[in-house]
Design a protein around this ligand. Structure first.
Ligand code: ZN
Length: 276
C-alpha cells in the first residue's frame, strides 16, 4: 500500500515536472490552479490588511460612498460576462489612502486603488480603463506566471505537495511586500490593455479608457513628478501602447465616447471630493 502511494506520488511529481516544462513553452499554467490563485490572493490580501504602514487602507466604514462607487465599476465589468474567473476569484476592491499614482490586483482578484490615482484621473472612464487593466492581470493569471519565474519550479512543487506548510504564507508575504511594484512583461501589459478594452466594450464606459489614461501620462511628461514614476516603472507608457489600445477599440467597433458623468449615481468630481 505504502509502495503504491509512493509510486502515485512519484508519478504525480513527474507529471507536474512535465507540466511545468511544457508551461514554459506555451505559457500555460497547468501546475498552479485558479483555486491556488484564489487561496494565494486571500493570503496576500490578509497580509496587506495587516500592514497599515505600507498599505494604509481606507476603512469601508465611514467611506461607504467611495467603496460603492468603485464596486459599481467592478460590477459593471463583471456584468459583461467577459471575466473568465468571475465566480472563482474574489473581485473585491480596496482603497489605499496614499498619494501614489498606481493600482494593482493580486492573484485571485483583490483590487487595490490608490487615492493618488483617483485624484489624478479626469473621469470615471479612465479609472474603469485602469481597473479593467489591473483586473485583467489577475484574470489572465499573469501574477502566477510571474511567481513561477520568481520562485522557480522547486518551490512551487513543494508548495503544492504540502512539504512546507509555511511556504504559502511566505510567498504571500513576499508578494504583499512587492506587489505594488511587481513588473509584468511587455507581452502581459499588452494582453491586459487589450482585455481592458474587451471588458469595457460591454459597459457604458469609453472602451479605450486605458488609452486616455496613458495619453494623460504622456502629456504630463514621463517621470516629471514622483507620483508618475511609481506607475510608469511598472507600466511603461508609450505612444504605441495608446495606439494599440485604440486599434483594439476600432477592431471591436466599441464606443469610445465618454460615459454619462453620473454613471454610478455620482459625478467623478464628487467622487474625488470624497478624498479631500
Ligand atoms: Zn499592467
Amino acid at each position: 500500500m505504502k509502495y503504491t502511494l509512493l509510486t502515485v506520488r512519484t508519478l504525480a511529481i513527474a507529471t507536474m515536472i512535465l507540466a511545468i516544462s511544457s508551461c514554459d513553452k506555451n505559457n500555460n499554467l497547468s501546475l498552479f490552479s485558479a483555486a491556488d490563485d484564489a487561496q494565494l490572493g486571500a493570503q496576500v490580501a490578509a497580509q496587506i490588511a495587516d500592514d497599515p504602514t505600507n498599505y494604509p487602507l481606507l476603512p469601508e466604514t465611514g467611506n461607504e460612498e467611495a467603496y460603492e462607487y468603485l464596486q459599481a465599476i467592478v460590477d459593471d465589468i463583471m456584468a459583461t460576462g467577459e471575466v473568465q474567473y468571475k465566480t472563482e476569484f474574489a473581485w473585491e476592491v480596496y482603497i489605499i489612502d496614499q498619494d501614489v499614482l498606481n493600482a494593482f490586483c493580486t492573484p485571485g482578484g483583490y483590487i487595490y486603488v490608490y487615492t493618488g490615482l483617483i485624484k489624478y484621473l479626469d473621469n470615471v472612464d479612465d479609472l474603469a480603463g485602469v481597473m479593467g487593466h489591473e483586473m485583467a492581470h489577475a484574470d489572465l493569471r499573469h501574477s502566477s506566471r510571474q511567481l513561477q519565474t520568481q520562485y522557480g519550479v522547486g518551490t512551487l512543487l513543494s508548495l503544492l505537495l504540502g512539504d512546507n506548510p509555511n511556504q504559502l504564507a511566505e510567498i504571500a508575504a513576499g508578494l504583499a511586500n512587492g506587489i505594488s511594484s511587481l513588473q509584468f512583461s511587455q507581452k502581459h501589459e499588452k494582453e491586459s490593455d487589450a482585455r481592458s478594452v474587451e471588458y469595457l466594450a460591454g459597459t457604458d464606459y469609453a472602451c479605450n479608457g486605458a488609452a486616455s489614461f496613458f495619453e494623460k501620462l504622456l502629456e504630463d511628461g514621463q517621470g516629471s513628478t514622483s507620483g508618475l514614476e511609481a506607475f510608469l516603472s511598472t507600466h511603461p507608457s508609450s505612444e504605441s501602447r495608446v495606439e494599440d489600445i485604440n486599434e483594439k477599440a476600432d477592431d471591436l467597433n466599441c464606443d469610445k465616447t465618454l460615459s454619462n458623468d453620473n454613471t454610478n449615481g455620482m459625478s467623478y468630481q464628487a467622487f474625488q471630493a470624497l478624498f479631500d
